[in-house]
Design a protein around this ligand. Structure first.
Ligand code: FAD
Length: 462
């Protein structure tokens, strides 16, 4: 009989420790999952098809590593819990840390948020490069007892019991010589990214794949590393200018070291940034504040611009499946891949790690049933915010029912008030950082400030 994941977990089930878990994919989500699983399983094997570098450099399987990667405060909290001491190490190594509003120029939806005051929530933002973050996390996970990381091995499919109710392991193909082998596991976790191999593997095992929600955004990223003169941007360590209705382009400038910055230009369909080095900066001119643009013109390029296309946000509704085999989970972007301009992916992977820890704490009975639902709850807010923001741009096609239009109109008023009101700005940033539910913005005190702010000052576009 196939497993019916709609059956609720048995609370009386003991919480076993031990067994072998295989995690497919050694990027951020796979490593976060492995960290949590190492507390519940005797052995955790992490498999990646890439050659994993010894040093903190980019690799083929993570092309997004060449582009701006911000960790939201929700992700920072996740890193603190999963890898105590890691953030302190970053700071000691000179990784820039944003602690005050004055250090962040943040202009979402055409509104430059107020840079006055202090953050009430003390969670700072750390700015390592993406390869550095992944490299440090990988070394820590690899050093955990019972964890082995195998690279240059491609997961080609799953093995299962004859009745296909349980996954029993994974088929691996070694890169280079093509040697095949099977790796037995009590639990297989697919963290192979937005490609989402499990959907095909489920069909091979005789299961329905999950329904997919998609929002076509047709985003292009073009990025390059720059050396900026010390102090060129004053106290600012990050500049983020989001797209706005009427201007479907944006830019992020992230400080990674004393004089090392990464500039990422972003454009929705029909407004893609150029990779030609000469035209690259021109694209930034109408987007960036004029003093930042001047600093960019005076900067020394450290490499050539590189591009990345991102066609659509994709959410796979595993939590809605009625049948799913035992011994299998899906994790990270393989469940939900967000439009990257909102910087949510790694933080949501940390929230999923939290969901996994919570579920494993209650035993392994009906693990997929419980995990997919717990993960979906954490994904929901981030997904709604990303989709809602995208739908505020006429360039993005998709249904805009009344609740979406009302929510977007309300968010626009919140951002208008947040241009001058540090309290509203902080509430908005907390929501966007996935630290608080958007419902906090409906608190009468906040609504009052939003109304007053909009009455006193007309909207300003930056
Ligand atoms: C352009 C861009 C910018 C982004 N910016 C941000 C940002 O600012 N902030 C943020 O939080 N997130 C950002 N993200 C999202 C973030 O990169 C991901 O959410 C994060 O990497 C977690 O993804 P993942 O580990 O699930 O998958 P991925 O990072 O895609 O990794 C998948 C891994 O699986 C391996 N793999 C694939 N297939 C196989 C196979 N068959 N066998 C074995 N191994 C396999 C790959 O080699 C890779 O290591 C961005 C994404 C993009 C595309």
């Amino acid at each position: 009989m196939p497993d019916d994941i709609a059956r609720p977990p048995d609370p009386a089930e003991p919480r076993p420790r031990g067994g072998h878990c295989v995690v497919l994919g050694a990027s951020i989500a796979g490593l976060f999952a492995a960290r949590v699983l190492s507390d519940a399983f005797d052995r955790v094997t992490v498999v990646d098809r890439d050659a994993l570098p010894e040093t903190d450099e980019n690799r083929r399987g993570v092309p997004q590593g060449r582009h701006a990667h911000a960790i939201l405060p929700a992700g920072t909290r996740g890193l603190q819990q999963l890898f105590p001491g890691l953030l302190e190490e970053f700071e000691a190594d000179g990784v820039p840390v944003v602690r005050e509003p004055v250090e962040m120029h943040f202009a979402p939806g055409g509104h430059l948020l107020c840079q006055e005051g202090r953050y009430a929530d003390p969670t700072p933002t750390y700015q390592p490069t993406r390869p550095r973050l992944e490299g440090q996390v990988r070394r820590r996970v690899g050093a955990l007892p019972g964890v082995e990381i195998i690279d240059r091995c491609e997961a080609a499919g799953l093995t299962g019991t004859p009745d296909r109710t349980r996954v029993t392991g994974v088929r691996l193909v070694r890169r280079g010589d093509g040697a095949e082998r099977e790796l037995a596991a009590d639990l297989v976790v697919d963290a192979t990214g937005r490609g989402g191999r499990t959907t095909r593997w489920l069909s091979d095992l005789g299961y329905e794949p999950p329904r997919e929600d998609r929002i076509a955004v047709d985003i292009k990223y073009v990025s390059r590393n720059l050396r900026l003169a010390p102090g060129a941007l004053g106290r600012r360590k990050v500049v983020i200018v989001g797209a706005a209705p009427g201007r479907p382009t944006g830019a992020t400038l992230l400080q990674h070291g004393a004089d090392h910055w990464m500039l990422t230009l972003i454009g929705y369909g029909g407004h893609h940034p150029p990779t030609d080095p000469g035209e690259f900066l021109e694209f930034a001119k109408p987007v960036m504040p004029s003093d930042v643009f001047e600093a960019l013109c005076a900067a020394e390029p450290l490499d050539d611009p590189v591009a990345h296309r991102y066609p659509a946000s994709v959410r796979r509704r595993y939590e809605r499946l009625e049948r799913f085999p035992e011994g299998l989970l899906v994790f990270g972007d393989a469940i939900c891949s967000f439009n990257p301009v909102y910087g949510q992916g790694m933080s949501v992977a940390a929230l999923q790690a939290d969901a996994l820890r919570e579920c494993l704490g209650k035993g392994r009975d009906r693990l997929s049933y419980r995990f997919f639902r717990a993960a979906a709850r954490r994904i929901e807010v981030a997904w709604q915010m990303a989709v809602g923001s995208d739908l505020s741009l006429p360039e993005v096609t998709g249904p805009r029912p009344l609740p979406v239009r009302l929510t977007n109109a309300f968010f626009d008023r919140v951002m208008t008030a947040a241009e001058r009101d540090p309290v509203v700005a902080q509430e908005f940033v907390k929501v966007g950082s996935l630290l608080s539910s958007p419902l906090i913005l409906l608190h009468p005190r906040t609504v009052g400030r939003v109304l007053l702010g909009n009455l006193l000052h007309p909207a300003r576009r930056d």
